[in-house]
Design a protein around this ligand. Structure first.
Ligand code: FAD
Length: 570
């Protein structure tokens, strides 16, 4: 192994280049976007990117679809090549180059050339760390057996594809029901495998509140996914016929031809720790709003950093491509001397799974409670994704969280088959402008019958929330039902009531309310519900006018069923 010292690939140590040198570790989302932006801002600076992998600027988000053969041509994953960086931007890219050392005093990094085996030292004036996050691989017995994969890069995906093809794989166990786990479930099913999803929590998609995850879990089961919730991975044994046997913490044995580990990721902080950079409580590198670390010559971006949550003001880590790209851009601007600052994150995310879309932005109800926030309300609604009279309207299950009394939007979650991400994107944008539910009610959005409704689901969510804030529609949550003394009134028609209802409810249809309302006791609190909340809203308004203490059970029976999926005709 030879040792070399380099100040610039274009200059000799005896005649160092006067150009400012910016080195970037990691050439994918954050690193590549930083490099390209910096070149657009400054032609004089020398930019060199190092990545230990064989590619830079590849589409990690496309990897599950490459495994699933939805993206059949591997080259489609390569967004930009080292040649493109060189020719178009005059950026030097070194792949197969592992950065193994960082000396912040000498301002050098140590680069191990994984092809030649050589090691060299590179000097920097500014350094950007964008090494990403590594998949979590818990030290469990059998975890390193062949056939157990994580999905981080193109070689990982290639290995999974080859394993499926060579072994004629028929069954898979995916461990972890977050974004990547779900995308892998979809793509393995797409390849014809039977899939078991093992998730330690009682729900999939941990960012969602449990009742919002329920339609997704129902959908997964309906699509044939063997969903094992509340059960973690204990070990992996060799099984008969060269197969694997996944043993869950419950003792359940799940035979599999392959196992995908999707247990989350951990920031790659080895270099930062070596250099003594400040690491935060969430395990990421601490940066300021210009993405500068505790060392004034080192910036860090992407999955490796801790970021501020704009809604709760908390510090967190958020391994998503959007923030990584924006942070890379901010770091480039800072290095170029501009005052640009990163605004922080609000955790806007979407995943598609076997035809269903799940999206969220901002805080969840459980996140608010964990943070000790109490002055908030929530509404549930289930409108069609476009006008009901136009064929093909599909419901969107939407939950909106907002603060009381100012109506500032705190978060939203939506699940459905069509039009889900569009609504969450509108709400996400409104949150960025510190908008309120009144802004949602007033939002002027696209409408023609095949796209939306004259009152779009976003408008409806805002209007419902306004009704709650101004007292027009006092609401009760499904979580208040246990042990309540209130009279529960189902205002749907008898035939709907017969198909299933809350066990203690009485049926007084809205259509008969005006003649029969005196049957209801004036002395008791009344909780009103219907299918999705609209008829109950009308009934609640009527009962309030008659002097009753009525509240609408938000989201109606649809939301109730989501949290009590076993409810049947009672
Ligand atoms: P990365 O893009 O991971 O790049 C880090 C690079 O640094 C890697 O190539 C690594 O090899 C290299 N590196 C690390 N250490 C060193 C070293 N010491 N020396 C040299 N090189 C090093 N996000 C979304 O928003 N939407 C999605 O749909 C989505 N889907 C995803 C699907 C998968 C399978 C995966 C793995 C991620 C997905 N993500 C998605 C997350 C998103 O890809 C990441 O948040 C984003 O890529 C992070 O960017 P980054 O620059 O921090 O790290």
């Amino acid at each position: 192994m030879s040792q070399a010292q380099s100040r610039s690939p274009e200059s000799s140590p005896a005649n160092p280049s006067p150009r400012r040198r910016v080195l970037i570790v990691g050439g994918v989302a954050g690193g590549a976007s930083c490099a390209a932006r910096l070149r657009r801002l400054d032609e004089s600076v020398e930019i060199v990117v190092f990545d230990r992998g064989p590619y830079v600027a590849f589409a990690n988000c496309g990897l599950p679809y490459f495994v699933g053969d939805v993206i059949a041509d591997e080259r489609k994953l390569l967004v930009a090549s080292p040649e493109l960086f060189r020719d178009r931007f005059n950026i030097a890219v070194h792949t197969d180059s592992d950065v193994t050392g960082l000396d912040p005093v000498a301002r050098t990094i140590t680069v191990h050339d994984m092809v030649s085996g050589e090691q060299r030292t590179e000097h920097y004036d500014a350094l950007v760390l964008s090494p990403g996050a590594a998949p979590i691989r818990p030290p469990l017995p059998g975890i390193d057996r062949p056939g157990i994969f994580a999905v981080r890069n193109i070689p990982d995906s290639r290995r999974i594809r080859a394993w499926i093809e060579e072994r004629q794989a028929k069954t898979a166990v995916v461990v972890g029901g977050g974004f990547i786990g779900l995308e892998m479930v979809e793509n393995l099913i797409h390849r014809g495998l039977s899939v078991t999803l093992l998730e330690k929590l009682p729900q999939v998609m941990p960012p969602l509140d449990p009742e919002m995850a329920e339609p997704l879990m129902e959908h997964l089961r309906a699509k044939g996914v063997d969903l094992r919730l509340g059960d973690g991975l204990a070990r992996v044994d060799d099984g008969p016929d060269g197969r694997l046997q996944v043993v869950a913490e419950s003792g359940t044995v799940l035979p599999a031809d392959l196992v995908i580990l999707a247990l989350g990721v951990r920031p790659e902080t080895a270099l930062a720790r070596q250099a003594g950079l400040t690491i935060g409580e969430r395990g990421g590198i601490v940066v300021d709003r210009q993405m500068r670390t505790s060392d004034p010559h080192i910036w860090a971006v992407g999955d490796v950093v801790e970021v501020a949550d704009v809604l709760l003001g908390q510090i967190t880590v958020l391994p998503l491509a959007g923030p990584a790209n924006r942070e890379g851009r901010v770091a480039a601007e800072a290095i170029a001397g501009r005052p640009t600052q990163f605004r922080g994150i609000q955790a806007t995310a979407v995943v598609g799974i076997l035809g269903m879309t799940v999206a969220s932005t901002g805080a969840s109800e459980k996140g608010l409670r964990r943070a000790g926030v109490t002055n908030f309300e929530r509404v549930y609604l289930h409108p069609g994704h476009h006008a009901g009279y136009y064929p093909g309207a599909r419901p969107i299950h939407l939950k909106l969280l907002f603060s009381v009394p100012d109506g500032r939007i705190l978060g939203a979650q939506a699940v459905g088959m069509e039009g889900v991400e569009k609504r969450i994107d509108v709400i996400a944008t409104t949150i960025q402008f510190r908008g309120t539910v009144h802004d949602l009610a007033e939002a002027e959005l696209c409408y023609a019958p095949q796209f939306g409704a004259a009152k779009d689901p976003v408008n409806l969510a805002g209007m419902l929330a306004q009704n709650v804030l101004n007292g027009d529609m006092p609401v009760a949550s499904w979580s208040e039902l246990d042990g309540t003394d209130a009279l529960i009134v189902d205002v749907r028609e008898p035939e709907e009531f017969a198909l299933g209802h809350i066990a203690s409810a009485v049926n007084l249809p809205l259509s008969q309310m005006r003649v029969r309302f005196r049957e209801l006791p004036e002395t008791r609190d009344i909780l009103v519900y219907c299918g999705v909340g609209q008829r109950a809203y009308f009934a609640t308004r009527f009962l309030l006018h008659q002097g009753y203490r009525a509240r609408n059970l938000s989201g109606g029976f649809t939301t109730y069923k989501a949290i009590h999926p076993d409810v049947a005709a009672t």
